[in-house]
Design a protein around this ligand. Structure first.
Ligand code: SAM
Length: 304
């Protein structure tokens, strides 16, 4: 039986990307079957978001309860070490090639994790689509979180056309490549050779040739780079604060620094930040991390 409800219409070539985005935002209605109409895919959503329309959808046969997992491209990371459930997940989600179980938390200076393969192809490499960009990632070699996609878009929306951006802890380059579409130049630095190797591939794959990848320790940046930046990204939530001297040295007066931290109390990093020449600072919640800690960002405007 068909039922009318809210829907999002997208060109078919962007269908999978938008479907993943709606899943991340928690508004895709998984009880209804998407429909194809000519060159468009019509995706059912649970509320009338901007640009939504009304459409008729068939109801799906109810899916069995899936084991809890996080999706990154074609990989699912399961929270329980359950190979049978992993096989079930693999058979129910056609876009998956591998199911992993984390053997460690995000660890070390490179912020990577160790994994056991529970089902599928034994790899930690995959391709992740995000708002029109593609990122090649290797979860055991370099950090990547699909849960930061919305945050990357927020920063991209703030970026005017032109300008210089510094990404001090760039990883495989998701912030740098996203901002490269608007900025004149992005300097993207990481200390992990594996991350920089993947970043070079991602720059090429996304035609973001104005992103300059640099393998370096952010500590020495003020000695290496003779110019300043309108925007500085510091997404190293467990280790960014000690790099504030470098960030303020490299930020143009009146420019913006986005400093990410893991915290367990509101305003935890404020005292440290206010030691520097700050004109304005706004603190925002980004995402949950553990029961008592969350990922926060401080948007800091440096004094003119
Ligand atoms: N910004 C990337 C993203 O959003 O995917 C990566 C974030 S990851 C949490 C932090 C990154 O900082 C890691 O890739 C790590 O290798 C890098 N890193 C750690 N210490 C560094 C240092 N002293 N200089 C440059 N990069 C560093």
């Amino acid at each position: 039986m068909e039922q009318e409800q809210w829907a999002v219409r997208v060109k078919r070539n962007r269908g999978e990307e938008v479907r993943q985005q709606l899943i991340r935002e928690g508004i895709l209605d998984r009880q209804r079957k998407p429909r194809i109409e000519g060159e468009f895919l019509i995706l059912p959503v649970i509320s009338g978001i901007e640009g939504a329309e009304r459409a008729l959808f068939e109801t799906r046969d109810p899916l069995p309860d899936l084991p809890r997992h996080e999706l990154i491209g074609g990989i699912a990371i399961m929270l329980e070490r359950d190979p049978a459930a992993a096989e079930q997940l693999l058979s129910l989600r056609p876009s998956l090639h591998t199911v992993l179980f984390p053997l460690s938390d995000v660890e070390g200076n490179f912020r990577t994790r160790r994994f056991e393969v529970l089902a599928g192809i034994p790899v930690t490499k995959t391709l992740c689509q995000e708002y029109g960009h593609r990122f090649e990632i290797d979860l055991s070699e370099a950090y990547f979180s699909a849960r930061l996609a919305t945050e990357r878009q927020r920063i991209a929306t703030m970026q005017k056309e032109g300008g210089q951006v510094l990404d001090m802890f760039a990883g495989v380059g998701p912030f740098a490549v996203t901002l490269g579409k608007k900025a004149d130049r992005v300097l993207a630095v990481d200390i992990n050779p594996g991350a920089v190797r993947l970043m070079v591939r991602n720059i090429r794959m996304n035609h973001a040739e104005n992103v300059l990848p640099i393998l370096a320790d952010a500590t020495s940046l003020p000695h290496m780079v003779p110019w300043t930046f309108d925007r500085v990204i510091m997404n190293h939530p467990t280790g960014a604060l000690p790099f504030l001297p470098q960030a303020f040295r490299l930020c143009t007066p009146g420019g913006t620094i986005h400093c990410y931290v893991l915290q367990s109390a509101e305003g935890e990093a404020m005292t440290e930040i206010l030691k520097y020449p700050v004109a304005e600072v706004t603190e925002r919640y980004v995402r949950s991390y553990s029961p008592d800690r969350w990922h926060a960002v401080y948007d800091i405007r440096k004094k003119s």
